[in-house]
Design a protein around this ligand. Sequence first.
Ligand code: TXA
Ligand code: MG
Length: 331
Amino acid sequence: MSSPELPPAGTVVSADDEGLRLAVGVLCSGGLVALPTETVYGLAADARDPVALARVFAAKSRPTDHPLIVHLAPDDDLVGWAAHVPDEAAALGEAFWPGPLTLVLPRHRSVPPAVAGGRGTVALRKPAHAVARRLLETFGGGLAAPSANRFGRVSPTTADDVVADLGEAVDLVLDGGRCDVGVESTIVEVDEGTARVLRPGGLPHEALEEVLGRAVDLRPGGPSRAPGMLASHYAPRTPVELHDAEGARRRAVELVGAGSRVAVVSLHPLDLPSEAAAWHAEGDVAAYAHRLYRWLRRADAEGLDVLLAVPPPPAGVGVAVADRLQRAASH
Ligand code: TXA
Ligand code: MG
């Protein structure tokens, strides 16, 4: 896409008034804008423009049957996006929006089938990030936005990550600094009697359970299984191995002894050989999530031979961290 008014494709601008004005111009002419959210950066396009949607799939090299999340402003009505909103879904939206929650709902007939990968449902999210909110409010419509990375790779948490992955395939990158949460939103489907987490994410399932007053199903499955949840998703190029703390220590000793360059990611500090890089989250699971994708990218940037990872306990956002590590390791 080009216009005399717009900077060259792949330009990074700060998310001030002028940056937002440029971004709205790009979106209104069918272009693609990378925008910061509290989870990860998204690659946004007008959710009601089928030509722009086709460009999103092409830019990511993403199969067209993998549906996109439609992002809305905090005050936007779900009418016109969802055909029907079950009471429990409404309660979750009320409790956690704006924030890292995505609800899968029956799709309104006016929503382009391309958004939903041809499904009868649509995924909706109201992000909390101030830049995302302002852009959505100024644009005045829904923005379809998958994570702004090439298909199958690690999601971006900075504007530089977006440029490294997508380059000129994105028309404009709004720089809003590093994303707070660091892993994607929690995707939930609620319908009569069941609430299922299709993808664990930044919103802990315990918080959902508190609002619903019952347990949620954590096994993604059935026909609604999020199609992006492939075993090998979210993978760096560096081989990733999962271990418990003692196993990681022993494996680090062995690999370092054989002359390999390794790093170990963990929640708590570990007693490692000095030749191994120790990347830990000081015991804070939110910090583990916040740093996870940066560490996966850093392993590639530093050309490590192996990344050893000790998953956190499966509670809170630790479930999402463990899930992404599992996928990174099955590459
Ligand atoms: O935090 C996030 O959710 C980020 C930011 C940018 O908002 N977005 C994101 O989008 O992670 P993406 O496209 O990378 O992942 C969306 C996931 C995919 O696994 C897709 O299959 C699933 O959502 N999904 C979207 N619509 C769906 C639907 N109707 N039914 C089931 N899964 C759906
Ligand atoms: Mg993604």
